[in-house]
Design a binder for this molecule. Sequence first.
Ligand code: 5GP
Length: 207
Amino acid sequence: MNKEGILLIVSGPSAVGKGTVVKRAMSLAQERGLPIVLSISMTSRPAKANEKEGSDYFFVSRDEFETAIANNGLIEYNEYNGNYYGTKREFVEDCLEKGQDVILEIDVNGGKQVTDQYKNAVTVFIMPPSLKDLETRIRLRNRDNEDEIIARLATGRKEIAGCGWYDYIIVNNIIEEAAESLLSVIEAEKHKASRNINMIDEVLGDE
Ligand code: 5GP
């Protein structure tokens, strides 16, 4: 039987670069043949010009999303700026059962819902080097007006203030280093005694 995979939740303030870190970690994992997969979320928000169905999100209508909620098809979901976002249960549970490690890139609220149900889930918070740096990154994206920038910063500040419950904090200063740290967390978690408790009987069984 395969050993169950690790469920890794990655959160962090808007514009901290968590998507970039996760993408880099995924491509390093692929090069190294590591069994790590990224969960693609479902959302009711319309796709943006450069976004692809099934690789950025699964884009659905509000009705379809609400049907998925009613059918217990989601592990967690949240409403953000009037749109639903959620994690598909079947994909995650199938992968974990096959022994694949699954990364969820979700907000703090979603992270809490997942850890309530999956006690072995591992949580990582991606931290900016400073608030000033976070503000620069939000401004450089050139996507938001001044009010939105202020709102995103205020939310980011709150998320940072409340991130003490996460298992790990990784500072996104240099992307390559942050991506390696993410893979190191998975590697370390695989060696946790509580995840390898069967090994005791397996080894002693040889006596
Ligand atoms: P965006 O519209 O910018 O792609 O995402 C908006 C927010 O929704 C981001 O904070 C993102 O991390 C979060 N998000 C994306 N997918 C999920 C999900 O499946 N569940 C939850 N709870 N949040 C998500």
